[in-house]
Design a protein around this ligand. Structure first.
Ligand SMILES: Nc1ncnc2c1ncn2[C@@H]1O[C@H](COP(=O)(O)OP(=O)(O)O)[C@@H](O)[C@H]1O
Ligand SMILES: [Mg+2]
Length: 352
């Protein structure tokens, strides 16, 4: 059993993870309620910044502390500190004034995550080509290769140089008008990445906070396949992210992809649409279409997720240009390059 007073006394000594000031100093305790008969405590805490990985850790710290003090169950709600408190903190130098970072609420950048239920369906191919197609439409585009273990974007785009560092900020590598960052830039000689969960979340966070993205319209994220840790980190880190789900036309592939869609919906990410890749093979000789991987997966998935199919991409390799080698990028005049252009146009329209 724990009283409201005791819970309050515990909380007021805990520090806002961003400010390193106690919740008492920041007036961050908005509400403490204890139902003594049930040993349940519910609290409402205001932080300088919500939706951060630090918030998650702080949440666990609070639950721990309250349970040690006798609570059986704990409910926590978070809010952002009121503007006048933030103003006071800025004035005293405890909170750096918001320079309009990518993750700040007044950021004009739209995040678009490309997800799939499993690997090998062409998620990275779709990510790099959509990024390039959006840049061809004159948009300012960034691309994060968030597949930290299975990074492939640098190779697919034919990027051979590494990012430069300027005043502790990483300058993304620009290729075909797209600013790119990938774990692949930071490992030597294609060695495997062997980190565990918490490091991954940190790395991802660095991709947002320590990279000089500048003023960009769209930031695409090539997510790892499936619904694992990194995908979940992205979902929690970016509360207003849009999603595109990639699937092959086989009905079972669509079934697996639906899980990625369900994850997006559960974290309140809006699904922009479905892209069906490897939809068919079209004979160059006869023009006949063969549905080598089955049919209907994209439509079925879109129906299930109550969204639309943004496009269907046939099987075909890009034309390789030995002088400017980018093995997975389709030229603007390539048949598939055209389809990417159409999808990009639809996306711009949908995003208003
Ligand atoms: N429409 C397509 N036609 C031909 N090959 C494709 C197509 N889409 C993807 N591929 C190839 O399939 C493989 C898997 O694609 P990739 O984008 O790496 O998938 P994922 O990121 O989902 O694992 C790659 O070798 C890629 O070049
Ligand atoms: Mg990939």
């Amino acid at each position: 059993m724990i009283t409201e007073q005791k819970a309050y006394d515990l909380l007021k000594k805990m520090e806002d993870p961003l400010l390193h000031k106690t919740l008492e100093e920041t007036n961050g305790i908005l509400e403490v309620k204890a139902k003594e008969e049930k040993a349940h405590v519910s609290v409402k805490i205001a932080l300088a910044k919500t939706g951060t990985p630090e918030q998650l850790q702080f949440q666990m710290k609070i639950v721990d502390a309250l349970k040690k003090a006798g609570a059986e169950t704990v409910g926590i709600r978070f809010a952002t500190l009121p503007e006048e408190e933030l103003e006071k903190l800025r004035a005293s130098g405890d909170l750096q004034s918001d320079t309009g970072g990518l993750l700040s609420p007044n950021s004009k950048t739209t995040f678009i995550a490309i997800a799939s239920g499993k690997g090998g369906v062409g998620k990275s191919t779709v990510s790099v080509n959509l990024a390039v197609a959006l840049a061809r439409l004159g948009k300012k585009v960034g691309l994060i290769d968030a597949d930290i273990y299975g990074f492939s974007v640098p190779d697919m785009m034919g990027i051979t140089n590494r990012p430069k560092v300027r005043e502790n900020q990483i300058i993304p590598v620009e290729r075909f008008g797209v600013k790119v960052i990938s774990m692949g830039f930071f490992v030597e000689d294609n060695s495997p990445v062997i980190w565990r969960g918490p490091m991954l979340g940190k790395m991802l966070n660095n991709f947002f906070s320590e990279v000089e993205w500048g003023d960009i319209d769209y930031l695409l994220l090539d997510l790892p396949p499936g619904t694992g840790d990194v995908a979940l980190d992205v979902h929690t880190m970016l509360p207003s992210c849009k999603e595109i789900i990639v699937t092959t036309p086989h009905p079972t592939a669509a079934f697996v992809a639906a899980r990625a869609g369900a994850m997006a919906l559960r974290t309140n990410h809006e699904i922009l649409g479905v892209i069906e890749n490897m939809s068919y093979f079209e004979s160059k000789l006869t023009g006949e279409k063969e549905f080598v991987f089955g049919q209907g997966g994209g439509d079925k998935l879109a129906e299930e997720l109550r969204t639309e199919v943004l496009g269907k991409l046939p099987l075909q390799q890009p034309d390789w240009n030995e002088e400017d080698f980018a093995p997975s990028i389709y030229g603007e005049d390539h048949k598939i390059g055209h389809i990417y252009g159409e999808i990009a146009g639809k996306m711009v329209q949908l995003l208003g």
